[in-house]
Structure formats: structure tokens, C-alpha cells
Design a protein around this ligand. Structure first.
Ligand code: GTP
Length: 429
């Protein structure tokens, strides 16, 4: 097929017709026949460091070259870009119309080259969050228009987050990213280039990643089964959910199997890894979820839950309080989230009240202590003055007594002493 622009670090969008079989038109529960007939949009965003196999996986996923082929493995401008690129994330979009069994899908793949390639990646999540929110804003602006017939929906329905196959659990950058994005987009973590880990390492790595995700309270997209589902769907969903985070292998190359068939795979000196072999990696499960069983749910989740909560926050911030419950269909998950939010708000208020009461009590106690201290002080002062006065009185009394007790000058010496002399001799005592 013709090469498509937009992959080389510049912003831009391109369109392309594709007729390769993807499978979205085949999924069983097509409750949304209307949208299927009209055709629908599906926007997938890929995030991850350079060289983790993002474009390879996208091309593998859509059995078609969404991205232009690369000449050499590491000589491509995209993988070479990490050296020269300024610390920043470009956001580029490629669209393709895929027609399958008469059903039209407008697929958009949003790439984020440059993510995680800087020296300091503390803020790497920010441009991506901003991009996702600006798509919500654009949708919101259209919703508020009188004529709603031609709404263009560019909201991101799913974000594939590529985790580097280190074997050591999530890195700070991964955690920061997911923490900032999980309330705005359906997060699907994937372990990139899973063929670089042994099956045992993959299992351990998955466990570590899930533990980190749990620990940090990160919400990721997971197929859930409810009581409406038939047993088969329930077990299918469980099988898919059990593979999260999907450990995937992508390839632009074909390998020949022992039976002579050509399949996508990676050739190693010791053998072959087939992309579409469930025993080799989780690619099939990921494709199943994204395109065949949960595409509609991802779109619903985006619309009813993620977008809706963004919209509510936005309107509240603008001072509009609006009750939309009558306009939007009943959604148990949203209801539960609303209840959780209210509960959290209640707890928050309670906590604030308790803290206020505590502060008040401390203040009162401090006041009382201060008062008794002052009382003590003044009592001390009065006591001191009283004692001082008593001392002075006694002193006076003493001096009076000393004067009257003094022997008569004549009687003592037998001679007459002048009064002035007498005073002086007394002072000497
Ligand atoms: P940028 O274009 O730099 O953003 O990288 P990218 O994430 O799109 O990676 P790309 O698909 O260009 O793949 C980079 C290199 O990894 C290529 O040499 C691919 O052949 C190779 N590669 C892709 N997927 C896999 C995989 O699953 N396993 C292994 N071992 N190599 C892979």
C-alpha cells in the first residue's frame, strides 16, 4: 500500500482505504446495529518509549500497513529520532477506513513519538493527558451546538500502554503516567517485545505489574462478565482478563511453518515465534478484546463513563450544575461511581468536621491553660506583694524594737554622751 505520512514526528493526519480482514464486523453481540450500519469511529492511542514495537504491533493488529514500512530495523527515522529529538512528545494521527462485510470502521491510530525518551520524564504524561482532554473538549463543544447531526467523534477509546520488558515491575514513569491517565481513558497495559523474556519471566513480570497497579490504585480496562452474559461469554471474558497485562509480540515478517504455511512471526536461530499462536504470546487475546469482543464496550465506556465524568467536572468547574440523568440511559457502573463519589465526599466532610472539632477543643484547652497560668501568676504576684509588705512591717517593727531596747546612754557608760555621738556608735553595730 502507499506510505502514509504522520509517522515521522510531524503532526498530521492521513487517510487510507484498507480492505484487510480485521474482524470487528463479526463480533456476536451487536446491540448497536444502528452505529454499525452508519459506520463508526474507533480511536486507539499508543504510548511507550521508542523502539518498543508500537508501530509493528499496530500493523500486525490491522493486518495492514497503517504505518509506512521501514527499511532497516534500526535505521528508520522514527527509531533514530530519539537521538536528535528535543525533549517533547509529538502527537500524530493516522486514520484508515476499513470496510468489512459492508460495515465501515474509521480507525484512527494516535501515536505519541518522543514519549519517555527525554532525560527527565517526570512530566511525560502531561501532553498526552492534554491531548485526550482536548478531544473531549471538542466533542463537548459539538454537543452544545444546536445541530447535533454531524458530530465528529475523535475521543480516544483505548490507550495501549507499552511496558518495557525489564522484568522488574513498573517504573516510576509508568506509574506516573497511568495515575494521571486512568480516569480519562481506557488503559490497556501491554508488555512489549515479550519474546525477550522467558515464559516464566513473563508470568513473574505480569504478577509484579499487577501488584504495582493495585498498590497505586490504578484502574485499567478489564472485560467484566455480568449476569446477563451466557456461560460461554463469561468464560471467554475470564480467559481474556486473565492475560492482562498482555505480553505481546509483533512482526512485519513472515515465517514458514513446518506445514508450509506462512505466518507472521519472528525467526530465531533456535526456532520461530508465531505472532498469532496463543501458546507463544497474548497477541490473539489482545486483538480479540480490542476488535472483536470489546470494541463496543470500549466505546461505551469512553462515552458513558470517562467522557461523562470529565464533562461533569468541567461543567461544575464552570458553575453549571446540571442533572442529566433523565437524558442519559441508566448505567449501573456510573451509578456506582456516583455513589462512591458521594460517599467519598461525605467521608471527606466528616473528616473535615472532626478535624475542626479537634482544633476547637485544642484551642479551648489552650485557652484554659493560659487562663490558669495567668491566675497562678497573679496569685503569685499578690502573694509576693503581701509577703513583701509583711516583711517591711516586720522590718519596721524590728527597727522600732531595736531603738527602744537600746540601753540608756548614761546608764551604760556612766558618762554623758552627746546625742550625735550616740547615733554614730549605734550605726556601727
Ligand atoms: P518508534 O517508531 O521509535 O516509536 O518505535 P516503535 O515502538 O514504533 O517500534 P517499532 O515498531 O519501530 O519497532 C522497533 C524495533 O523492534 C524494530 O526493529 C522491530 O522489528 C522490533 N520489534 C517490534 N516488535 C517486536 C517484538 O515483539 N519482539 C522483538 N524482539 N522485536 C520487535
Amino acid at each position: 500500500g502507499p506510505a502514509i505520512g504522520g509517522g515521522n514526528g510531524g503532526a498530521g493526519a492521513a487517510k487510507k482505504k484498507m480492505n484487510g480482514y480485521v474482524g470487528f464486523s463479526n463480533y456476536p453481540n451487536q446491540q448497536h446495529r444502528r452505529s454499525i450500519k452508519r459506520g463508526f469511529n474507533f480511536t486507539l492511542m499508543v504510548v511507550g518509549e521508542s523502539g518498543l514495537g508500537k508501530s509493528t504491533l499496530i500493523n500486525t493488529l490491522f493486518e495492514s500497513r497503517v504505518y509506512p514500512p521501514k527499511d532497516g530495523d534500526d535505521s528508520s527515522p522514527r527509531s533514530g529520532a530519539q537521538v536528535a529529538m528535543p525533549a517533547g512528545v509529538d502527537i500524530t494521527s493516522v486514520s484508515a477506513d476499513i470496510v468489512e462485510n459492508g460495515v465501515k470502521l474509521r480507525l484512527s491510530v494516535v501515536d505519541t513519538p518522543g514519549f519517555g525518551d527525554a532525560v527527565n520524564n517526570d512530566e511525560a504524561w502531561r501532553p498526552i493527558l492534554e491531548n485526550i482532554e482536548s478531544r473531549f473538549d471538542a466533542y463537548l463543544a459539538q454537543e452544545n451546538r444546536v445541530n447535533r447531526s454531524k458530530i465528529v467523534d475523535n475521543r480516544v477509546n483505548v490507550l495501549l500502554y507499552f511496558i518495557k520488558p525489564t522484568g522488574h515491575g513498573l517504573r516510576a514513569m509508568d506509574i506516573e503516567f497511568m495515575k494521571h491517565l486512568h480516569t480519562r481513558v481506557n488503559l490497556v497495559p501491554v508488555i512489549a517485545r515479550a519474546d525477550t523474556l522467558t515464559p516464566r519471566e513473563v508470568e513473574q513480570f505480569k504478577a509484579k505489574i499487577l501488584a504495582d497497579i493495585n498498590f497505586h490504585g490504578i484502574h485499567i480496562f478489564k472485560p467484566v462478565s455480568d449476569h446477563f452474559d451466557d456461560p460461554e461469554t463469561i468464560s471467554d471474558n475470564k480467559a481474556i482478563a486473565s492475560k492482562i497485562p498482555f505480553a505481546v509480540v509483533g512482526s512485519e515478517q513472515y515465517v514458514v511453518r513446518p506445514d508450509g504455511t506462512r505466518v507472521r512471526g519472528r525467526q530465531y536461530p533456535w526456532g520461530v515465534i508465531e505472532v498469532e499462536n496463543e501458546n507463544h504470546n497474548d497477541f490473539v487475546a489482545l486483538r480479540q478484546m480490542l476488535l472483536r469482543t470489546h470494541m463496543e464496550e470500549l466505546r461505551d465506556e469512553t462515552d458513558v463513563s470517562l467522557y461523562e465524568s470529565y464533562r461533569t467536572q468541567k461543567l461544575l468547574a464552570l458553575g453549571h450544575v446540571q442533572d442529566n440523568s433523565v437524558f442519559r440511559e441508566f448505567n449501573p457502573r456510573r451509578q456506582q461511581e456516583e455513589e462512591e463519589r458521594l460517599h467519598a465526599a461525605k467521608m471527606h466532610k466528616l473528616e473535615a468536621e472532626m478535624s475542626a472539632v479537634f482544633k476547637q477543643k485544642v484551642h479551648e484547652k489552650e485557652g484554659k491553660l493560659k487562663q490558669s497560668e495567668e491566675e497562678l501568676h497573679s496569685r503569685h504576684q499578690t502573694m509576693k506583694t503581701t509577703l513583701e509588705k509583711q516583711r517591711r512591717d516586720l522590718e519596721e517593727k524590728k527597727s522600732r524594737l531595736t531603738q527602744s531596747d537600746a540601753p540608756h546612754p548614761v546608764a551604760a557608760t556612766g558618762s554623758y554622751v552627746e546625742p550625735a555621738q550616740r547615733m554614730a556608735s549605734k550605726d556601727k553595730k
